[in-house]
Design a protein around this ligand. Structure first.
Ligand code: 5GP
Length: 195
């Protein structure tokens, strides 16, 4: 995909503003700090989409935290649809055995990726495993997964920003929004081969 010319003007609608995100992150951080008071916590986040949420959330948590990062890719899907087939591109860098682990996710859609990750992490023997997601799209859920901390429940639309991409771009928007329909279906420029 070609780089967008103007990120802001490609956004048709802001669904969750920067102010709403920041207030919610502080609220979630405070709840997590109370729930884990007197303990230490390992935050595991999943690259690349969860990066801004993880960075903000960890600074809103007041108990001692360790962090670890995984990267997974779902394959067999399209640029806007997940397939549920998950490949681990980057594994945990340290053991989580006997630790309290909080999995930090950007968005839960069908739940297939998270379902895979939860099984994988449980297999590593943590003392506890909870889930925190910034966004939840329950309309398309295929696997039921109990989520302990949810930022915003949103309708079934493909969103970008605050870590979430379309064609690897738009992650650096400070809010979560929906792209204008033409952006998803931009015809190739003259002289450019059709995909
Ligand atoms: P699931 O396996 O729950 O269907 O999807 C999980 C992954 O699909 C997310 O971590 C994210 O990478 C991607 N995804 C799902 N919905 C959206 C969306 O609305 N926008 C973007 N950019 N990615 C999404």
């Amino acid at each position: 995909m070609k780089a967008p010319v103007d990120l802001q003007s490609d956004v048709g609608e802001v669904l969750v503003s920067e102010e709403q995100i920041q207030a919610k992150v502080r609220e979630l951080g405070a709840r997590i700090s109370v729930d884990y008071a007197g303990r230490e916590l390992t935050l595991v986040s999943v690259l690349k989409g969860s990066l801004p949420f993880m960075a903000d959330l960890m600074r809103s948590i007041t108990v001692p935290v360790r962090i670890d990062l995984m990267e997974v890719s779902s394959y067999g899907g399209t640029s806007t649809e997940s397939s549920g087939l998950v490949r681990i591109l980057k594994d945990l860098s340290a053991s989580i055995a006997d630790e309290d682990v909080l999995l930090v996710e950007d968005i839960i859609d069908t739940g297939l990726t998270l379902n895979y990750l939860v099984r994988y992490l449980r297999g590593k023997g943590p003392a506890s495993l909870r889930i925190c997601t910034l966004l939840d799209k329950p309309a398309r859920r295929l696997v039921e997964i109990p989520v302990d901390y949810t930022g915003f429940t949103i309708e079934d639309r493909f969103v970008v920003g605050y870590g979430l991409d379309f064609g690897e771009f738009y992650r650096n928007l400070r809010y979560v929004g929906v792209l204008r329909p033409e952006v998803y279906s931009t015809p190739p420029a003259i002289g450019e081969p059709e995909a």
